[in-house]
Design a protein around this ligand. Structure first.
Ligand code: ARG
Length: 561
């Protein structure tokens, strides 16, 4: 926690106990540096909040960290000793470096993050990209708080659609074409199947048969399925490599196939199941959910639900997590509501399961979807980003060393940040112009600010140290920048508690803007020695936090741009 907030809590202790969340950052300097609304205490003191604020202002005995305290209306406003704050924040950041912001709140606790989870034999869609990027950021953020994180990719690699695919491939498949471009080809024959099945319903029957054989483990079907899965996974892993994302387990839906019978028996024994139209269902009307869950279809096949129940039971038994986060788009809200309600009926605490939902995203008005015609490939999105950055570099800084690597880091950063800078629950419209604007609220802007600081630090012969005279800082902007830097740990904690990476993204933009304001109004390298050393320390601390913050979002911070 921020030292100064801790001090405020201690100063107030003889009069009232407060939690740090009550301490606000006032809108402008007139109201001090930290303030406390006193409305909340009026019940306890049976007094008018204004009077409480003014009494407290009178009674408080300040220590060296504060210069003044006064009330404005019902607010109690603290004015810090600026030199102390700058010293405290810069020393701590400089000493802890990339570890700054780490906490131990999560120590000894495990969180499973189920994310990305694309469907095999289908293109990697935009919802999967969103899930991948958000899930990965949550992994970094929660790790920073000390949680042990288990990253699971719940691949969509099972289900009746594979029956159709196997029949289609058996009828019209061409191995060479498959090897050339697996996913596109599989989509093509899948669509062909749909068309042909309309004329010939016998095909659907064959497909059902085929999936049943797969569930039973028949060698022909298993061989096909494994082949489709390997080829698809191979393509997905190329994306994960480029995005720098890894998983602890690829435990897809198929992983639970041999656990489904036990799961169904367990449900039958423990909660009320019913047969409806020959299917096994669980009604949730008592729990105010109208749609029942289908656990087993009339032909005996399992469902997406069954496999998710089996997965939850397996994960609890195997990893004993405190929480399981499912990073999946908002359209699956009902599915997860049903799933969590059912897990509650079995006896688990429903709060252990969290649906990290997110809105839809369109790329310049086009949805990335599996439907024919309007599909954008993720590889095209990545290539386009990198190509555009390459062109900007050629124009602005053609002699940049390691151009290709840096273009990749900036292009990918722009895509990730274009997503993470929005509250995940919002629907967003991705725009290239916006995402790649080096001066806008973008990753390239933050990366550029970081690279600019690296370049300043490269130019000096001074060693950077925190053994400096802190009284040399006289400018408001130096204080403002130091204060924001110190907010980083609170920001990380807030982002973790709300599972919202955009809180960090917004902070990094504000920090970059504040640094650039400082840089535009204050000299660094041309100053006399003491001030130069002070400002270099300020720049170094900004560099540490920018790099640290970007890494929590899964974005690289190149030193040169
Ligand atoms: N494969 C699913 C889809 O694309 C997402 C799976 C999410 N995870 C889960 N445990 N259901 O819609």
């Amino acid at each position: 926690m921020i030292k100064f907030k801790e001090e405020i809590i201690n100063l107030l202790k003889p009069f009232v106990n407060i939690d740090k969340s009550l301490i606000e950052n006032p809108p402008n300097a007139e109201f001090g540096d930290y303030s406390i609304p006193c409305f909340r205490f009026s019940k306890e003191f049976k007094e008018d909040p204004k009077k409480i604020a003014s009494d407290l202002a009178e009674k408080l005995v300040l220590n060296k960290f504060f210069e003044n305290v006064k009330n404005i209306g019902a607010y109690l406003n603290f004015f810090v000793n600026r030199e102390e704050l700058i010293k405290n924040n810069l020393c701590e950041i400089f000493k802890r470096k990339e570890d700054y912001g780490s906490q131990t709140i999560g120590k000894g606790k495990t969180i499973i993050i189920d994310f990305s989870s694309p469907n095999i034999a289908k293109p990697f869609g935009i919802a999967h990209l969103r899930s991948t990027v958000i899930g990965n950021a949550l992994y970094h953020i929660l790790s920073k708080l000390g949680y042990r994180i288990i990253k699971i990719n719940h691949l969509g690699d099972w289900g009746t659609q594979f029956g159709k695919l196997m029949v289609a491939f058996d009828e019209w498949g061409d191995d060479d074409k498959l090897k050339d471009n697996a996913i596109d080809y599989l989509v093509k024959i899948y669509i062909k199947f749909g068309k042909k099945a309309k004329e010939n319903p016998g095909l659907d029957e064959k497909a059902r048969e085929s999936f049943k054989n797969l569930e039973k483990g028949s060698s022909k079907e298993v061989k096909y399925w494994k082949h489709f899965r390997d080829l698809s996974l191979n393509e997905f892993c190329k994306y994960y490599d480029r995005l720098n994302i890894s998983f602890d387990y690829f435990q897809g839906e198929s992983f639970y196939n041999d656990k489904l019978t036990d799961t169904i028996d367990f449900l039958k024994d423990n909660i009320q199941t019913e047969i409806s139209d020959n299917a096994l269902i669980i009604k949730l009307e008592d729990k105010k959910i109208k749609t029942p869950m289908i656990i087993q279809k009339s032909d005996g096949a399992s469902t997406y639900h069954t496999r998710d129940i089996a997965a939850a039971l397996y994960r609890i038994k195997e990893y004993n997590p405190d929480k399981i986060l499912y990073v999946v788009g908002a359209p699956q809200k009902l599915h997860f509501k049903q799933l969590f309600t059912l897990l509650g009926m079995i006896g688990y605490d429903e709060n252990r399961f969290i649906h990290i939902e997110f809105g839809t995203m369109t790329y310049e008005g086009v949805m990335m979807s599996t439907r024919e015609g309007n599909f954008i490939h993720l590889s095209d999105v990545i290539d386009k980003a990198i190509k555009t950055v390459r062109e900007i570099i050629e124009e602005k800084n053609p002699d940049l060393p390691e151009k290709e690597k840096i273009a990749e880091q900036i292009g990918i950063g722009a895509i990730i940040f274009g997503d993470l800078s929005n509250d995940r629950t919002n629907d967003i419209e991705f725009s290239w112009e916006k995402a790649l604007d080096f001066k806008g609220e973008t990753a390239p802007y933050i990366q550029y600010t970081h690279a600019r600081i690296c370049s300043i630090l490269r130019k000096t012969e001074d060693s950077i140290s925190n053994e400096i005279d802190f009284s040399i800082f006289k400018e408001d902007i130096e204080f403002e920048l130091s204060k924001i830097l110190g907010e980083f740990s609170t920001i990380v904690e807030k982002a973790a508690l709300e599972y919202k990476p955009h809180i960090i993204a917004t902070f990094l933009i504000e920090l970059s803007q504040t640094f650039n304001k400082f840089y535009n109004s204050c000299n660094i390298l041309k100053e006399y020695k003491d001030l130069r050393k002070g400002r270099l320390l300020l720049a170094e601390c900004t560099r540490i936090i920018l790099k640290n913050g970007l890494s929590l979002l899964g974005i690289k911070a190149p030193e040169n741009m």
